[in-house]
Design a binder for this molecule. Structure first.
Ligand code: AMP
Length: 556
């Protein structure tokens, strides 16, 4: 095994995830056991309490929705607990199972241990959510050496070999998040000028609106509390959403067995609110970057949901130009993440690129102002280019004050109680009249998300420094240990069994989704597959898989 450091990038997506390695001066995508570059971010627990990840788990969203979880990345940082059969998981634990699968794919492909990785995160993820991603990596025995914002990664993928100065607007609509980032590229230099978004808006919401519409149309005929029926309708709506036509057909499963048609106007009406919500982050990002739509040279599409005609039309209308999508919008982020990993290791092909980023949230402290306590005083404002260092002077608030307590918060609200508490530090001040002692508070924020808070009493020169690690770790050690122990007990299927398991899960799904003759045909295929699997004869299994796949083409 080689000891040379590997540059590995991971896109941990809401819907799909991917992993890539930097090889021979360029990004190389790593296939999963099915030979595909995208692994659905779906986890399921089977009847033997084994864990299934990816495509096989995705089929079980239909057949075993009560044992399967998807889109959990958007609940990172919430109290949500997923019950899959008899097991319970927190969102970061489910993320770690995806990361574990990607790590195993990379190790099988490279025949080497993989530990250090760059992982992309939505630009709008707050501090706590970022820590949870790093924590999920740790649970998967990976070390997240850097978390890169997804739109920054996308720009890096597009910008690497370009030299002339350009301003990009990265329009990233994934499964669960919407990020808008304004990026400036000059020779060898990529600077994020502004980054904003809506972390509760994504492609899944477009599907949900369709599902709502279908249930409204079906009225009493349908039962939303029937999980299997709901999952089948959801799958029909997802398929209708992905049709690249302006008139969409929702092919309803049994017992409805009919097709609902949505014309262009009806679709736009159903999605009107979602489409309108796309404009606010765009305006805010341009505003924060002090640019107008005319200043933008390129509109870059990232994320599967930017394939929606209606979304592209809206983006084009708002910016007055067509979008770029030469690099697959589902793979552009992982390509950027691995490019960043190569930058860290200073690969020759990327050596010249310097990356700067912005702080996605405002950082500040709690102060008393005009008789109000707990007022948020920003020090490093949202969209400040990092690394950044800012100092502000404050004064004691009452006579004979002995200590000042600096409470650090992150957020955009006027009251600290509505922002996210980060840390605090205390420093003695000489007794004096109110307002006579000055205190300088300096915030230094580096590219890796490390915040240094430096507090100095001006009269004495005494100071105290606190390093706040905003990158990773920092989570309750005991909880982490419990998680590690629980996850270590879970059994995963061996890699070489995954393609067959995936095919069996697909057959089970198709069996559920069909009736009469078709169902009979699928049951025959299930019997055939079962018997060859029992024979353990590899030649027979291979032949049967080819035959079944051929016959299943009729159901795609
Ligand atoms: P991502 O998180 O970037 O993988 O984006 C996934 C989202 O893109 C999901 O909501 C998908 O339904 C959506 N998506 C994928 N392909 C298409 C397509 N062809 N048309 C519309 N939406 C799509």
């Amino acid at each position: 095994m080689s000891t040379q450091e590997l540059a590995i990038g991971i896109d941990l997506g809401t819907t799909n995830s991917a992993i890539a390695v930097w090889e021979g001066g360029k990004a190389k995508l790593i296939p999963n056991p099915l030979g595909l570059f995208l692994t659905p971010s779906v986890v399921s627990v089977d009847e033997e309490q084994n864990i299934l990840v990816g495509e096989a788990a995705k089929s079980r969203l239909i057949t075993r929705p009560d044992q399967t979880a998807a889109a959990f990345k958007r609940f990172l940082g919430s109290d949500k607990v997923y019950r899959l059969g008899r097991l319970e998981f927190r969102p970061e634990e489910l993320c770690s199972l995806i990361l574990r699968q990607l790590k195993s794919d990379a190790e099988a492909y490279l025949n080497r241990n993989v530990t250090d990785v760059v992982i992309s995160v939505p630009a709008y993820f707050n501090d706590h959510q970022r820590k949870l991603v790093a924590h999920a990596a740790e649970l998967a025995e990976l070390n997240a050496v850097r978390l890169i914002n997804e739109p920054t990664a996308a720009c890096l993928a597009y910008s690497l070999h370009e030299t002339h100065e350009r301003k990009f607007l990265v329009f990233d609509l994934g499964g669960g998040t919407f990020d808008v980032t304004v990026v400036e590229h000059q020779e060898g230099f990529i600077e994020v000028r502004a980054s904003t978004g809506d972390n509760l808006l994504g492609g899944e919401d477009f599907t949900h609106e369709l599902i709502r519409w279908v249930f409204d149309s079906l009225g009493d005929e349908a039962d939303e509390s029937d999980l299997i029926q709901f999952a089948k309708i959801a799958s029909a709506c997802e398929a209708a959403k992905c049709q690249a036509t302006s008139v969409r057909q929702v092919v309803l499963p049994s017992p409805f067995n009919r097709t609902l048609t949505l014309d262009k106007e009806a679709t736009e009406e159903i999605w009107k609110n979602l489409l309108t919500r796309l404009s606010r982050p765009i305006r805010q990002a341009l505003n924060d970057a002090r640019l107008s739509p005319d200043d933008i040279d390129e509109l870059v599409f990232v994320g599967g949901a930017t394939r929606l005609n209606e979304v592209q039309k809206m983006a084009t209308r708002l910016l007055g130009r067509f979008g770029k999508s030469e690099i697959d919008p589902d793979l552009v982020v992982v390509i950027g993440a691995v490019t960043q990993a190569a930058c860290r290791l200073r690969d020759e092909a990327v050596e010249e690129v310097i990356l700067t980023d912005v702080s996605p949230y405002t950082l500040g402290i709690s102060v008393n102002r005009d008789g109000n306590s707990g007022v948020f005083n920003p020090i490093i404002e949202r969209n400040t280019v990092v690394p950044a260092s800012r100092v502000e002077r404050f004064y004691t608030g009452y006579d004979d004050q002995e200590y000042v307590s600096i409470e650090v918060y992150q957020g955009e609200r006027i009251w600290v109680r509505e922002n996210l508490f980060i840390d605090e530090l205390e420093l003695a001040v000489p007794k004096n009249r109110a307002g006579r002692e000055a205190i300088d508070v300096r915030f230094s924020y580096d590219i890796n998300g490390l915040l240094e808070v430096d507090v100095t009493v001006v009269s004495t020169g005494e100071s105290k420094l606190k390093l706040i690690d905003r990158t990773a770790k920092g989570l309750d050690e005991e909880a982490k240990q419990r998680s590690i122990e629980r996850l270590a007990q879970l059994k995963l299927h061996p890699r070489d069994a995954i393609p067959n398991i995936t095919l069996m899960e697909k057959l089970n799904r198709l069996y559920e989704e069909h009736l009469s003759n078709e169902r009979h045909h699928i049951s025959q295929l299930i019997f055939l597959f079962n018997s060859v699997l029992e024979s353990q004869d590899h030649v027979k299994i291979k032949k049967a898989v080819e035959q079944i796949n051929r016959e299943l083409l009729a159901y795609e």
